[in-house]
Design a protein around this ligand. Structure first.
Ligand SMILES: [Zn+2]
Length: 160
């Protein structure tokens, strides 16, 4: 596995809708491993494939809780409710943070690395991270949803 270079805004791959994954093979497993290493190396809570230059519907989320690493492949939101507003950042926009509103709860249908359908339920911060990564797969960046940009000192309480 390897740490990959993060693609920074404004690279056009970040704003292009990704292609669906159709082949679930060793290459996909290796890519997921590389994405995990890259996310951890950069202290991220999630990473989408376009952020390492690959325009495919693959993302991972790991907020360091009991869910472990969630793999999202061709994911679709099948249910959502509630609303949360909170600070968000993105590895492709270093040092930029803003308040974004998201659904508070999501139910997502996704594939795992073996091509099996899985349903994931999440709320709060995990739901936020999943929605942020899923947006990447459609070429949507968090900056298009920021209601208010935040200074780093505003974030201290939010980041604990
Ligand atoms: Zn991002």
């Amino acid at each position: 596995m390897a740490v990959k270079q993060i693609v920074m805004f404004p690279d056009e791959v970040l704003e292009r809708p990704c292609d669906k994954v159709t082949v679930f093979d060793k290459k996909l497993t290796k890519l997921l491993g590389d994405m995990y290493d890259t996310m951890i190396e950069n202290d991220g809570v999630g990473l989408a494939a376009p952020q390492i230059g690959i325009s495919q519907q693959i993302a991972i989320v790991d907020i360091d809780d009991h869910h472990g690493t969630i793999e999202l492949i061709n994911p679709e939101i099948i249910e959502q409710r509630g609303k949360q507003t909170g600070p968000e950042g993105c590895l492709s926009f270093p040092g930029l943070f803003g308040e974004v509103s998201r659904a508070d709860y999501v139910k997502v249908s996704t594939y795992n690395r073996k091509g099996k359908v899985k349903v994931i339920e999440a709320e709060g911060f995990l739901a936020r991270a999943i929605q942020h990564e899923m947006d990447h797969l459609e070429g949507i960046l968090f900056t298009s949803k920021v209601e208010k940009y935040l200074e780093e000192e505003d974030l201290e309480s939010a980041e604990g």
